[in-house]
Structure formats: structure tokens, C-alpha cells
Design a protein around this ligand. Structure first.
Ligand code: C2O
Ligand code: CU
Length: 476
């Protein structure tokens, strides 16, 4: 059943409005207070079939988009009106541990939890999503994911394409499987991964977007359960001629300078911000496409239309485009250089006896799952080794932003090197391709506490490819 190609407009998640603004008596700054409800809803995906039963923040998927200025604290009361327990992680936020979505810190149906987010870090594109123990894949798959944008005056003044939903648009990539009757297939997690044959952007299968012949800023997020992407743009009329675009930002905000490219990898949990210029394409259609087989899914197992993501219909009416892409974007706060480039911790991601593990440990091993003690304030190099043979793993470290130092040993030529757009900014997820060893460097600040790190293929995460590190106060 593929009647859906480029039939429906791209939905733009609505902007979430605060319910109340109060003043922090200590800092004198504003705190924006929001209320969000996790609830079931149904969505008619196939017009003549039964609707899909989903669960989302405020009853939509993706959830509403938070847009917050850097330095404004937020408190979000999240009420669970769903049937399963939930835990919410704001991915990209150095949240205090009690508000970081710890997998076992679940909110039961009928309960709420107030989350506090400091928002002091640099402007960036974050996302909030479920993180409940052994339920993350299913909860996220059924809709519990949304965008969260932090911006500041410096970034606003750069003149990049702007206006949420107009020229600055989130593109949240997911994939699902539907039953023959139109309902969504919910047996998630029975397999090693969930690829999904129906590609969605912002919750709509293969949508289209009407655009003007000018520049657009797109905030790309891979929120899929397992699927990673190798994306490119091409005119519908010449699908092999890849169009150049500019990568301007990654997980932790703007890059130092725009990186021009014709294709871009994005794995689960990663964000990339790009600028696409449609000005030379008036009256044409342009497709966002995916090169299959760049991930783990075998060539023969790939589905019919997974090489297509969405379509842009460029209007033929000329417009004035005041936006620019400055040649220098910002100074990225890379961690200070270590005196010795030695590895502080080595983590091996592997599969043993049918289990996904890190250094032989799974998250369910409560006694042993803290795999690293990190003195607060230190810069550490972590070496992440993929020795699980045919699998790749997008690795996410909570709390910190890291620099990708090196990438070696890969089996696929394209991935065996740090990509320029990976190197030009700070990240919180790094793709660990088949056979690869990747080194990342981070400054472990500002809080103490026990935080998670894990594979962001949500099936692997739920099957315990997750562990913890403990940031400890240093005496004196
Ligand atoms: Cu995006 Cu620990 O998660
Ligand atoms: Cu994995």
C-alpha cells in the first residue's frame, strides 16, 4: 500500500505557548512554565482504511515545538494520560540528573512530573522524547518526540533564513510499518531493529512542501527507531544530479562555518541544520532522497520507496530573499586541548549471547552499570569501539557536548573518516559504523550526578545497550 507519495502537505508542529511566566527570585530572570499532556490520538494515514492509533505529546506527533531564548529557564509539567509509563528526556540539554529522563524514573499513567530545564547552553536544536525503561522504542515510535529550539540574539542577528514554520522549518524523520487495514503495526522490539517501510516527515508519509525560489533553513532530526539516513536533494527531473546545500549546524548548535556538501549522513538522535537555496529552481520540483543500504539494512531487504523522503514544489513566482549564509557562523566552544591525547575510557559496543552490551554490561545489571567515574571539570577522551560485526550504533552521551576526534577501522569507505560537517561543530550523538572505533572528547561540566550513555537505535537501547557514568565532585 503506497498511495501516499507526495500527496499530503508537510505538517508544521505548532509552537508551544507557556502557560505562565514567573520571575526567578534568585536570578531575577524569567521562568517560562508549560503544561504538556501525553495522550492517545488517532490519525488517518490511509484515507480509505482504519486510522492509526498513536500516542503523542498534546495528542500530536511530533509534539508541539518549544521555542525558548537562551538563558530563560523552563519548567514543563508533563501529565501522563497514556496507558504506559513514560520518562521524558530533553536531548541536548545539560539537565540536572533528576530531570534528565533517567529510564527508571518513570511517571505512571495518571501522574505528572515537573521537569526543570536550565537552557544556559548555546543556541541549538534539541528534541524531547520518551526514555522509559524498555518502552522507549515503542513510545517514541507511536509518537512521543518533539522539537525544542533554543535561540539567542547573536544567532538571530546573522540573517539566516528565519521565521518558524515559514523559512525555518523542522524536518523530523521517522519510519513506521502499517497493517493491511491501515492501523499502525505496534509489535516493536521483537526484532533486532525496526527499519519501517513508510517514511514520514513530521508525522506525514512522504509529504510535499510548497516553497518559494529562495533560501530555507531546515532543522533535520532523525527520530526514527532504527533507521539512519544518507540524504541528498535532486530535481525530480534529474534524480542523479545531487544539489549542493550548506550544513550550518549540528547537535550543539551552529558550526564554525558553513560546510557545503551534496550528501549527508544522519543517524538516530542526530540533528543537522542545513540551508537549501531553491532560487535557481523556480517552477520545478526537488526531492529529498535517501541512498538506501548506507545503514545496516541489507540491499535485498530494503523496501520499495525508502529512497524517497519528501518533495519540495518550488513556485515560479520570483521573490526577494533578504536572508544570507555568513561565511563565519560562530566560535564553537570546543573543549580545551588535553595535555596528553590519551584515552580515559574505552567502551566496546558488542553483542554476546543474544544481548546488546557495553563492555559486557547491560543497563539491567544495576550493580555494575556505572562504567565510568568522571571528576567534574575534567576533559576526557572516550574511545567507542564497535565490535558487533554487522551492526552500527549511534552513540549518545547525556549531559555533555563532544568533539569527534577520529574515526578508524570502518568497513564502508564513506564512513571511515570524520565528515567535515561532523568536525565543524560539537555533537552529542556519534554514529559508530560497522567495525569503527571513534574517539570523542568532552568537558564534563557543570553538574555532578549519574547520567546515561547508550545506543540510540531504540531497539538496542531497550535491549539494554545502555550504561551510566558518574560525574563526581572533586575534593578541595
Ligand atoms: Cu535521545 Cu538518552 O536519548
Ligand atoms: Cu545499537
Amino acid at each position: 500500500v503506497y498511495p501516499l507519495l507526495f500527496r499530503n502537505p508537510l505538517p508544521i508542529p505548532p509552537q508551544k505557548q507557556p502557560k505562565m511566566v514567573v520571575t526567578n527570585p534568585v536570578t531575577g530572570k524569567e521562568i517560562w512554565y508549560y503544561e504538556l499532556e501525553i495522550k492517545p490520538f488517532s490519525q488517518q494515514i490511509y484515507p480509505t482504511l482504519r486510522p492509526a492509533q498513536l500516542v503523542g505529546y498534546d495528542g500530536i506527533a511530533p509534539g508541539p515545538t518549544f521555542i525558548v531564548p537562551v538563558g530563560t529557564e523552563t519548567v514543563v509539567r508533563i501529565l501522563n494520560s497514556a496507558k504506559d509509563e513514560t520518562s521524558v528526556h530533553l536531548h541536548g540539554s545539560p539537565s540536572r540528573a533528576p530531570f534528565d529522563g533517567w529510564a527508571e524514573d518513570v511517571t505512571f499513567p495518571g501522574e505528572y512530573k515537573d521537569y526543570y530545564f536550565p537552557n544556559y547552553q548555546s543556541a541549538r536544536f534539541l528534541w524531547y522524547h520518551d526514555h522509559a525503561m524498555h518502552k522507549t522504542a515503542e513510545n517514541a515510535y507511536l509518537g512521543q518526540a518533539g522539537a525544542y529550539i533554543l535561540h539567542d540574539d547573536k544567532e538571530d542577528a546573522l540573517g539566516l533564513p528565519s521565521g518558524y514554520g515559514k523559512y525555518d522549518i523542522p524536518l523530523v524523520l521517522t519510519s513506521r510499518v502499517y497493517n493491511a487495514d491501515g492501523t499502525v503495526k505496534t509489535t516493536v522490539g521483537e526484532d533486532d531493529s525496526l527499519w519501517g517501510d513508510v517514511i514520514h516527515v513530521n508525522g506525514q508519509p512522504w509529504p510535499f512542501l510548497n516553497v518559494e525560489p529562495r533560501k530555507y533553513r531546515f532543522r533535520l532530526l532523525d527520530a526514527a527507531v532504527s533507521r539512519a539516513w544518507n540524504l541528498y536533494f535532486a530535481r525530480t527531473s534529474s534524480p542523479d544530479a545531487k544539489i549542493q546545500f550548506q550544513v550550518i549546524g549540528s547537535d550543539a548548535g551552529l558550526l564554525e562555518a558553513p560546510v557545503p556538501t551534496r550528501e549527508m549522513y544522519i543517524a538516530n538522535g542526530e540533528r543537522y541544520e542545513i540551508v537549501v537555496d531553491f532560487s535557481g529552481m523556480a517552477g520545478q520540483t526537488v526531492d529529498l532522497r535517501h541512498i538506501p543500504q548506507s545503514g545496516d539494512i541489507a540491499v535485498d531487504d530494503e523496501y520499495e520507496h525508502t529512497d524517497k523522503v519528501m518533495r519540495f514544489v518550488v513556485s515560479s513566482t520570483p521573490v526577494v530573499d533578504p536572508s544570507v549564509v555568513p561565511s563565519s557562523l560562530r566560535t564553537v566552544p570546543f573543549p580545551p586541548d588535553k595535555l596528553e591525547q590519551t584515552v580515559d575510557h574505552h567502551f566496546r559496543f558488542h553483542r554476546s549471547n543474544g544481548q546488546w552490551l557495553i563492555n559486557g554490561i547491560g543497563f539491567a545489571d544495576v550493580e555494575n552499570r556505572i562504567l565510568a567515574n568522571v571528576p567534574r571539570g575534567t576533559v576526557e577522551i572516550w574511545e567507542l569501539e564497535n565490535s558487533s560485526d554487522g551492526w552500527s550504533h549511534p552513540i549518545h552521551v547525556h549531559l555533555v557536548d563532544f568533539k569527534v576526534l577520529s574515526r578508524t577501522g570502518g568497513r564502508t569507505a564513506l564512513r571511515n573518516t570524520v565528515q567535515p560537517y561532523e568536525a565543524a561543530g560539537l555533537k552529542d550523538v556519534v554514529w559508530l559504523g560497522r567495525g569503527e572505533t571513534v574517539r570523542v572528547e568532552a568537558h564534563y561540566l557543570p553538574w555532578t550526578g549519574v547520567y546515561m550513555f547508550h545506543c540510540h537505535n531504540l531497539i538496542h537501547e531497550d535491549q539494554d545497550m545502555m550504561a551510566a557514568f558518574d560525574v563526581k565532585a572533586v575534593a578541595g
